[in-house]
Design a protein. Structure first.
Length: 412
């Protein structure tokens, strides 16, 4: 990997880590806001939904902006916007100001994925490992975000904690300004249209992007998003219901941190942390298999896990840890595989738009996975939920298999 490619990976990986650090710090801060603002969980849930929805919905216009203004400037705007939103959050006097701050965070954070993934796909000649490192950094943010926020809350007021979370983001933005690299080194681009935009151009470029292959990829990542949000939203609560977790408390004498986390939360953080290995293994698969075949393998395993998770998890603490670890590995191995497939089925000149559409599917449509999971748990059971997740993965697997068959036919 050349020096400029190393700089691309460093900048995008750190930026990705900060996006997900903020994303997973919010649920920890919610425990304080419930007391601070004397609101119900339903009200606060609606407040937080504003930010998370915009995080997904903003990906499409972000993709358009990336194709017009380039990835670096959009990533810098993302970092600055997130920092400003958390500074605003730190001085929020009421729940309305919290809603505004989280909405601004969602809009700023939505800029990242189309920009960062476009930069990697255009700026790194062999993107498999780059996507793996990028995803691993995101998982560091996913795992350490809630832990770092909880530890800060042990020492300082939540407002100060929100402000302190701004520091690494500002440092990352400064690094992005200082580093010298070309984020489009692997493609020849027509830059004459940069900065031009109209609704008509969005429609025409979307038409140019649309193909049977791209629509199939869109559907695959949508089902992956439904699985991802459906399993992660309620898994902490479900883990606490399993006898193996409920009957033990290994952190009972761990001091004040034990008051913030119960054993189920530790298992959940462990699952998120081991996802770093999944990102790595996803990159390994990309070096050994075409991305489409890697998707077939990963989605098939997710379908099997959907059927077998609850029976294995109820068999004891060790089986629960093992099946949760496997779920974390495979769930996050999907990310480099899907990202490489998106890039393969989109032309370079509309790469940002392609990531915008697909991340709208992953985080926007995928957000309904939480609602679907809630209905399944309310009117069914954990087993019903995981069978539903298995169905999502199975449909995605069949769609990925259709890409493999189609590719084989094209080259046969």
């Amino acid at each position: 990997m050349r020096d400029d490619e190393r700089s691309v990976v460093t900048f995008t990986a750190l930026s990705h880590m900060m996006v997900h650090t903020y994303e997973l710090s919010i649920p920890i801060l919610m425990t304080v806001w419930l007391r601070e603002f004397s609101v119900t969980a339903a009200t606060l849930g609606a407040v937080v939904t504003v930010g998370y929805f915009l995080f997904g919905a903003g990906a499409l216009p972000a993709g358009v902006l990336v194709d017009r203004f380039g990835s670096r400037s959009i990533i810098l705007a993302c970092l600055v916007g997130m920092a400003l939103s958390f500074l605003l959050l730190g001085v929020a006097p009421n729940v309305y100001a919290v809603t505004l701050a989280l909405g601004l965070w969602g809009l700023a954070a939505s800029l990242y994925h189309p920009a960062g993934l476009t930069m990697i796909s255009k700026g790194v000649r062999e993107p498999g490992w780059a996507l793996a490192y990028h995803g691993m950094a995101g998982n560091v943010g996913i795992a350490l975000g809630p832990l770092a926020t909880a530890l800060l809350l042990l020492a300082v007021d939540w407002r100060i904690a929100a402000a302190l979370l701004v520091v690494p983001t500002v440092a990352t933005a400064l690094l992005g300004v200082v580093l010298r690299f070309d984020g489009t080194a692997t493609v020849e681009e027509d830059r004459t249209s940069k900065g031009e935009f109209s609704p008509g151009s969005l429609v025409s470029e979307t038409r140019a992007l649309v193909s049977v292959g791209f629509l199939t990829v869109f559907a695959i990542v949508m089902f992956n998003g439904l699985y991802y949000r459906g399993v992660l939203t309620f898994l902490p609560d479900m883990l606490g219901e399993f006898p193996a977790v409920r009957e033990m408390d290994p952190f009972a004498d761990a001091g004040p941190i034990a008051e913030e986390f119960d054993p189920a939360q530790y298992v959940f953080v462990g699952l998120l942390t081991i996802g770093i290995l999944g990102q790595y293994l996803g990159g390994v698969l990309l070096d050994r298999l075409p991305a489409e075949r890697g998707l077939v393998v990963a989605l098939a395993v997710l379908a099997v896990l959907g059927v077998g998770y609850v029976p294995v998890a109820t068999a004891g603490f060790v089986p629960l840890l093992a099946v949760s670890a496997l779920l974390g590995v495979v769930l996050f191995a999907m990310q480099p595989l899907t990202q490489a497939t998106i890039a393969a089925y989109s032309p370079p000149e509309t790469r940002g738009l392609s990531f915008g559409w697909t991340f709208l599917a992953i985080f926007g449509i995928g957000a309904f996975g939480a609602s679907i999971a809630g209905v399944a748990l309310t009117y069914g059971s954990e087993t019903a939920l995981f069978f539903l997740l298995a169905a999502f993965a199975s449909v995605g697997c069949l769609l990925a298999l259709s890409l493999v068959v189609r590719d084989r036919g094209a080259h046969g």
